[in-house]
Design a binder for this molecule. Structure first.
Ligand code: HEM
Length: 449
């Protein structure tokens, strides 16, 4: 298939054109990328270097591979890369005006207010609020063969999110309805038919969005009045030093987005950790020993005490980046590492495949949590070599929350259960949307007496 350039650089500039093998318009390389994202990224990097282009998911997309290109895009020094128009293509109708979809001045304004919901004091109380829900959720697991880790963790993180984020005890039926609406809204983002046909994903997503809006609006007046220790109350009360607060619409939009951002990503992280801990039982025992020595539910002031869980979490988010690609729309002509990028282009930072580049990571596909340990710190090779939480103005606002939740769950999980997979088992990882195991990750789950 032919090589072509994306656009000629302006005359007189010393910029290089972006080359690539774009493939057929609209479809282009989509199927190849879906089938083997790692192999395809490698091939393109070897052929064209860090900046290349092709048709993907119906758009002309420039892929900015490697940590240096990731830094240029995410740090976004000349404000050429916008989030809203890029993410909206995938999730706009279902998560519109979520903070990740806002840009520049407006984004900064909202981010300053939202930051008040993630202060140390707030995190402390979220963590206290989470502990009983974790115990209750894990106690309900039934040891058996073929126990689907992914499905159970997803249920647990969703329940925790509604509990801790909303601060209201929901009836099972209402919790299930809200959880169902979230699943519908997230799934719609990867629908093939991208307009509403009753019964299909897009239509279900729009219905789910409406349900979620109604749900948050119903609870909003009481939250504004009564406050509380939850994220919902925090967003209602959050105020910057100069007195800016969120409107009712803002609170609803941010809640819907934050709940989505929080539960899918931590589910993937925990499932990846569970997979590798099943593959490497010596690591599972090491993690368990530390947790048993500490005992009980994890407290906020104990977060730094579980070194092995920390290493495993870092390695899991390296091997399987929960947000596999970060898209941006170019709003004015710019350049990445000396390559000319015209306005209107969509740029992708492929976090998933960047974390597997042999240029930056020795034996990149191997599970080796010690690579993050003091004395080795392979991640120090570049500030953006390990970047599961992104970087720049949109860097994940929930990264400490994620650490608390993932460590809090894993700490209690290893104290209660041991799990294993057959020697030859390899999980079928689906990377067509947010990564997840196609088979739900079935394990043999045993109770620790
Ligand atoms: C391991 C878990 C998580 C991972 C890997 C993760 C990853 C990310 C990434 C890569 C971004 C940047 C997206 C971009 O630049 O386009 C992001 C943004 C965001 N995340 Fe997370 N996230 C996680 C957990 C959470 C949690 C628990 C919360 C909420 C409590 C959260 C809330 C957000 C929000 C609100 C944004 C948008 C920030 C902004 O645009 O200013 N995330 N996350």
């Amino acid at each position: 298939m032919g090589t072509s350039i994306l656009a000629a650089p302006p005359q007189g500039s010393d910029l290089k054109p972006v080359s690539g093998q774009p493939g057929l318009p609209y479809i282009g390389n989509t199927l190849k990328v879906m089938r083997d994202p790692f192999g395809f990224a490698r091939m393109r990097y070897e052929q064209f270097g860090p900046v290349t282009w092709g048709w993907l998911l119906g758009q002309r997309i420039v892929t900015a591979q490697g940590p240096e290109a990731a830094e240029a895009v995410l740090v976004n020094r000349d404000k050429a890369f916008a989030n809203g128009p890029a993410w909206s293509y995938f999730i706009g109708p279902f998560f519109h005006r979520g903070i990740m979809l806002l840009d520049f001045e407006e984004h900064l304004h909202h981010r300053r207010i939202m930051q008040q919901a993630f202060t140390k004091a707030r995190l402390h109380s979220y963590m206290d609020a989470m502990a009983p829900g974790i115990s209750k959720g894990l106690d309900a697991w039934e040891p058996q063969r073929g126990f689907k880790v992914y499905d159970h963790i997803k249920q647990l993180t969703l329940d925790l999110a509604t509990d801790v984020f909303m601060g209201v005890e929901l009836e099972r039926a209402e919790a299930d309805r809200v959880n169902g609406a979230f699943i519908g809204a997230v799934r719609a983002g990867t629908a093939y038919v991208r307009f509403p046909v009753p019964g299909l994903r897009w239509h279900k997503g729009l219905k789910a969005r409406k349900e979620l809006e109604e749900f948050f609006r119903k609870h909003l007046p009481a939250k504004r009045r009564e406050g509380g220790d939850d994220l919902f109350a925090a967003l209602c009360q959050a105020e910057t030093d100069d007195g800016h607060r969120f409107t009712d619409d803002d609170v609803v939009n941010h809640m819907i987005f934050a709940l989505m951002a929080a539960h899918d990503t931590t589910t993937i992280t925990l499932t990846t950790m569970a997979y590798y801990l099943a593959q490497y039982p010596e690591w599972q025992e090491r993690v368990r020993e530390e947790s048993l020595a500490l005992g009980g539910p994890l407290r906020f002031d104990e977060l730094d005490k579980l070194e092995s869980i920390d290493l495993v979490m870092k390695e899991a988010t390296r091997l399987v980046a929960p947000v596999p690609a970060l898209p941006r729309k170019v709003v004015k002509d710019t350049s990445i590492l000396g390559f000319h990028i015209p306005a209107g282009t969509t740029v992708m930072v492929p976090a998933l495949t960047n974390h597997h580049m042999p240029e930056w990571w020795p034996e990149p596909d191997r599970f080796d949590p010690e690579r993050f340990a003091a004395g080795r710190r392979e991640d120090k090779v570049h500030k953006y070599a390990w970047a599961p939480f992104g970087g720049g103005a949109h860097k994940c606002i929930g990264l400490h929350f994620a650490g608390m939740q993932v460590k809090g769950i894993m700490h209690q999980l290893v104290q209660r259960y041991r799990w294993s997979v057959p020697a030859k088992y390899e999980w079928p990882l689906d990377t067509t949307s947010l990564p997840s195991p196609k088979d739900g990750l079935p394990v043999k789950l045993e109770l620790i007496q």
